[in-house]
Design a protein around this ligand. Structure first.
Ligand SMILES: NC(=O)c1ccc[n+]([C@@H]2O[C@H](COP(=O)([O-])OP(=O)(O)OC[C@H]3O[C@@H](n4cnc5c(N)ncnc54)[C@H](OP(=O)(O)O)[C@@H]3O)[C@@H](O)[C@H]2O)c1
Length: 296
């Protein structure tokens, strides 16, 4: 599947259902961005519908008749997924597959989020959407399985948006955890040999709306500009808020985790820019905004 501008078949959606919109890190920012852009937004949480019950979802869709559904629901606990692979697969593969079938029957535009962890990190150039995938951990495998299940359905209106290293308001995240630790300690050790694309959820939400408005279908990479190691991201956050805490680089060997992660998973966003004319701003700008406006 290649990314394309599906403007001919595209009609501006007015009603959008955001699964995960009530509590998810991305879901909440996405609801805000869609609302700001003038859409009627239906945030969906666990209390609204059982996402594992196909009939319930079908009834729910038919009651609200959305033009688009954004699926931000995912099993996102990367290390826990190693010991709960079945649950991770249920949420990350079976749910999108089910949504895909229901969306196809109803002509709904489905926007689904995926991850940089579909790559193995052996590359040294920012990954493009069409580059070979080879996830190293259960989380990455289940997210890739979700992508593939959706692609096999050959929906007319499907957007798969791969993103990475999210931070933002509304739910705990790496940056918030680092700042909390840095306020209690004089030094922190943080991994420096994993490089990725830190991404501010309000920016990602805004770019997602632009992509939806442009009728973009296919796989896109949507992240902020630039790249960083976890250590650089942590040190920048500590510096931005002015805490007296030294952030020391360590290698992954010194911070064993259950799940293997790619050493390099920076994402190339050129196809998004070609479609929308938007060049994602540097992650540091998003980080400063987050720190000053939401944590300050
Ligand atoms: N976070 C990252 O750094 C990152 C990086 C790359 C890609 N992504 C992708 O970006 C998307 C959004 O991630 P996120 O960080 O915003 O996720 P998140 O904050 O962990 O939110 C996940 C949402 O899914 C819901 N959910 C999880 N399991 C559920 C279940 N069994 N039934 C119903 N709802 C369930 C959660 O509801 P509750 O609050 O009720 O649990 C929550 O609303 C995902 O596709 C993720 O794979 C994230």
């Amino acid at each position: 599947m290649t990314a394309q501008n599906d403007t001919a078949a595209h009609q501006t959606p007015r009603t959008v259902m955001v699964l995960g919109g009530k509590t998810g890190l991305l879901g909440q920012s996405l609801c805000a961005a869609l609302t700001n852009a003038g859409w009627t937004v239906l945030p969906v949480g666990r209390d609204d519908v059982d996402l594992f019950d196909t009939d319930q979802i079908a009834v729910f869709l038919d009651r609200h008749e959305p033009d688009a559904v954004c699926n931000t629901v995912a099993y996102t606990q990367v290390d826990l997924a190693e010991v709960e692979p079945d649950l991770a697969m249920r949420v990350n593969k079976l749910l999108p597959a089910k949504l895909g079938r229901l969306a196809k029957q109803r002509g709904i535009h489905l926007v689904h989020y995926s991850t940089d962890f579909v790559f193995d990190g052996q590359g040294c150039e920012p990954y493009r959407p069409e580059d070979s995938v080879n996830p190293l951990c259960v989380y990455g495998k289940t997210k890739l399985a979700g992508e593939n299940a959706l692609r096999e359905l050959a929906l007319d209106k499907l957007s798969i948006l791969r993103t990475a290293w999210l931070f933002g308001p509304g739910r705990t995240n790496f940056v918030a955890k680092i700042l909390s630790l840095a306020s209690q300690r004089t030094s922190l050790n943080v991994v420096h040999d994993q490089i990725g694309s830190p991404t501010y959820t309000p920016d990602l939400a805004e770019y997602s709306v632009a992509l939806l408005n442009a009728g973009g279908t296919g796989i896109f990479h949507l992240v902020n500009g630039g790249c960083a190691s976890w250590c650089e991201l942590a040190a920048s956050a500590v510096q931005a808020i002015g805490l007296q805490c030294d952030v020391h680089p360590i290698t992954s060997d010194h911070y064993p985790q259950k799940a293997r992660r790619p050493a390099y998973s920076v994402l190339n966003t050129e196809s998004f820019t070609a479609l929308t004319g938007i060049k994602p701003r540097p992650w540091l700008h998003g980080l400063r905004e987050y720190v000053f406006h939401h944590l300050g």
